[in-house]
Design a protein. Structure first.
Length: 333
């Protein structure tokens, strides 16, 4: 659904909602991605982005910075193509602003895509849009979302998810990943890749594909030994990363290491190794023309078949199909 601008050009209208105590980056991350994409395309393909709140005027974000907004009413008469709801709140329980949830519910039937960042998923759930659907949110809030809305199938490991016309994403910076996928869906792979390069981020996902990334929890370990260990692991993917070798490097017995690591990082050492190798291989497929055997070896897989199995198990596609879709050398559709 497109809207005509004053000069007669066709553009997609994007409405990004705002409310007090929201996360600033949940708002500005998608906004910057959209603005960067606009600079890369012809005027007739650009987005018209509106930041709106219930009453308009300034809203105060969680970091204290105020953002000036238009009101929901300012969009009356416009055909909104995509609606994005950021997250963030002041306390330990997210309460969706009633006026926001009601407006989202009212707008949703006439909007092509409804999206959320972080705890914005609670707003979508309150609006009745997530019942029976899969949804992502920040890992810290996943359990609360699932408890309060049992009909929502929450996936805490996903960076973002697309379920029909509903898109949900994980915490804060994941809104950029999701927005890059929206851009790819609208403007093609090349524009999404070039936007990601301008933002100095990786394009890892596209709409509707399963997600992967080395979880941020692995980088947030309270034990400095594990932070150092993660850096060493990433630099030595071709080496021996069995639990005995990792325990020895951490100066622990294998049993103590496995227990302590899982308690601090939130996943087993083997899962972290698997995620790191998959991420390394995916980047090689995106950025190089190396044969699969070389990609597998560089990422630490035993052979090409092990690489294929890992991609099918984790992403649901083979490495050749992944490369065809996500390679930087791919031709935009």
């Amino acid at each position: 659904m497109n809207a005509r601008t004053e000069n007669g050009m066709t553009t997609r209208t994007i409405a990004v909602t705002a409310y007090d105590h929201m996360n600033l980056l949940d708002l500005t991350g998608p906004l910057q991605a959209l603005a960067t994409a606009n600079r890369l395309v012809a005027p007739e393909s650009r987005y018209a982005v509106h930041v709106v709140s219930a009453d308009g005027g300034p809203i105060t974000t969680g970091c204290g910075l105020q953002v000036v907004t238009a009101s929901f009413e300012s969009l009356e008469g416009r055909r909104v193509d995509t609606l994005i709801v950021p997250g963030g709140c002041a306390g330990s329980r997210f309460e969706a602003p009633a006026a926001l949830a009601q407006w989202v519910a009212r707008m949703a039937p006439d909007v092509r895509r409804v999206c959320s960042v972080c705890t914005g998923a609670f707003v979508l759930a309150e609006a009745g849009l997530l019942a029976g659907r899969r949804a992502a949110t920040h890992w810290h809030w996943a359990e609360q979302l699932e408890e309060r809305f049992p009909s929502v199938h929450v996936d805490a490991d996903r960076i973002f998810l697309k379920d029909g016309a509903i898109w949900t994403s994980a915490g804060v910076s994941a809104g950029i990943d999701m927005t890059l996928a929206l851009i790819e869906e609208d403007l093609g792979h090349r524009v999404a890749i070039d936007t990601a390069r301008e933002l100095v981020v990786f394009v890892k996902r596209a709409g509707g594909q399963s997600q992967f990334s080395v979880p941020l929890k692995a980088q947030a370990s309270r034990d400095a030994r594990f932070a150092d260990l993660h850096a060493w692991m990433a630099a030595n993917l071709r080496g021996d990363l069995r639990i005995e070798a990792l325990a020895d490097r951490a100066g622990m017995s294998a049993r103590t290491f496995a227990r302590t690591y899982t308690a601090n990082v939130g996943r087993t050492p083997a899962k972290t190794v698997e995620a790191m190798r998959l991420e390394s291989a995916s980047r090689s497929l995106e950025e190089t023309d190396l044969p699969l055997k070389a990609v597998a070896t560089a990422a630490g897989y035993a052979d090409e078949q092990a690489l294929r199995r890992a991609f099918q198990r984790q992403l649901g596609v083979g490495p050749n199909d992944y490369r065809a879709r996500f390679s930087r050398h791919a031709v935009a559709s």
